[in-house]
Design a protein. Structure first.
Length: 435
């Protein structure tokens, strides 16, 4: 019996559409499996897809996970590591052809799209029955929820805050946490005056996620939902205020450099490591990279939350991955048992520690933060108090594919009035929302 039928666009660029027919909740078979009956499960195999490159110790983690899963359930775990490149289309093909795994790591911005297409199972009831509902990091719950149903179990996440060169900041006399935009501008101005040859705060034109905290920090938003319909609000007065304040750092306050108008976050990091940057916005996973690649610079690091207009913590995009069960899994109970094993307790903490991301389970997050340094604690504060999602709608993948928000940012940095550029972006977004 077909539970629902959806059309899923193949690829972010909008290639040929596929029709996906998914079976009813819990898959086509395997109902009633006892995930703790090790003898009965001895001849069963669960397949897991996880993505390549996130964890340098993936092989060690996988072997430990396979052993623990077999000990706990009796079943065999087949782990297949997939490259991020081309992963979206591989998921689409697998779902439409019924050739996917039982469980997969799914990027947070893909989960609503795949859920809407009918390819992922609703995990809401099982998460509640397992007593996990209130223990999950809410920003990741939000991005994994569609129409009130949770399709993605929070696994891990990263968030952006500000990293700075403590020596430069102390020399400028501004090493304290900014409590507002005014404080941040004071910090940036002091850095420029203290070290005129440095870049106090690069405005990276190819990094929309560095810009969005200022849109949110002004009380604006990307889009809003009402009655199941999404409408762009990136051109609202509040959103344009935040966009303008951020880009004015480059256009009016000489905080950045012309070259940064095309920079990625990695370009800001490279300039920082060369000693050319005072402060910059970057991800919670970056300090560990700096410690490994440049121990001397790591000793100079200090972190700050990105402030909102009038408070010390703005919303910041909470990106990462969910663990999702494919709708056609033949062993839904065993698949969920694997999800629980990976997303909570020892394995959640281990993955977070090895990848320098934060776990999606609050208890595991608390453990990571308690054992972490001051840098970790700052990023954790940004995550717990301000971690948020982009619009949770299947249309968001198309908006990402068209680079609507990034284009908006680069156009303003190129001289287009902020309201004009935001109006054009909103028009493009609304066309996608309504298509």
């Amino acid at each position: 019996m077909i539970a629902r039928r959806r059309v899923l666009a193949a690829g972010a660029a909008g290639s040929a559409a596929l029709t996906l027919a998914a079976c009813g909740a819990g898959g086509t078979g395997g109902g009633g499996t006892d995930p703790t009956d090790t003898e009965a499960n001895a001849d069963k195999t669960i397949t897991l897809w996880i993505m390549q490159g996130t964890n340098a110790k993936t092989d060690e983690y996988v072997e430990a996970l396979k052993t623990a899963f077999t000990e706990q359930t009796g079943a065999t775990l087949d782990v297949q590591v997939q490259p991020w490149d081309g992963a979206h289309d591989k998921f689409v093909t697998a779902m439409s052809g019924g050739t996917g795994p039982d469980v997969a790591e799914v990027g947070t911005t893909w989960t609503p799209e795949f859920a809407d297409a009918g390819g992922l199972s609703d995990l809401t009831a099982e998460i509640e029955e397992a007593g996990l509902k209130d223990s999950l990091v809410q920003g990741l719950v939000e991005s994994g929820t569609l129409d009130g149903k949770l399709y993605g179990m929070p696994w891990y996440a990263g968030v952006r805050s500000i990293l700075g060169n403590k020596e430069k900041l102390e020399a400028a006399g501004v090493a304290e946490q900014p409590q507002s935009w005014d404080d941040l501008l004071t910090m940036i101005t002091a850095l420029k005056e203290s070290d005129p040859d440095s870049i106090p705060f690069p405005v990276a034109g190819a990094s929309s996620f560095s810009m969005l905290p200022f849109v949110w920090g002004a009380g604006g938003d990307i889009a809003t939902e009402e009655g199941g319909e999404w409408t762009a609000t990136i051109n609202s007065p509040e959103s344009v205020e935040g966009l303008t304040w951020y880009t004015d750092l480059a256009l009016k306050h000489d905080a950045s450099t012309a070259a940064a108008s095309t920079w990625l976050e990695t370009d800001s990091l490279a300039a920082f490591l060369q000693g050319d940057v005072g402060t910059f916005i970057t991800g919670s996973w970056v300090p560990a990279t700096i410690e490994q690649d440049n121990p001397e610079m790591f000793e100079k690091l200090v972190a700050y939350t990105i402030p909102a207009k009038d408070s010390p913590v703005a919303k910041s995009f909470l990106g990462g991955s969910h663990l999702c069960r494919f709708e056609e899994s033949q062993e839904p109970e065993l698949a969920f048992e694997l999800i629980k094993l990976m997303a909570t307790g020892e394995f959640a903490t281990r993955w977070a520690t090895e990848t320098n991301f934060f776990p999606g389970d609050q208890a595991a997050l608390d453990e990571v933060v308690a054992s972490g340094d001051e840098l970790t604690q700052v990023f954790a504060q940004q995550m717990s108090e301000g971690g948020t999602s982009v619009p949770v709608t299947p249309a968001w993948g198309k908006i990402e594919g068209k680079k609507t928000i990034t284009t908006l940012l680069t156009e303003v940095l190129g001289g287009t009035p902020a309201q004009e550029a935001a109006d054009a972006a909103a028009e493009e977004m609304d066309q996608i929302f309504q298509s």
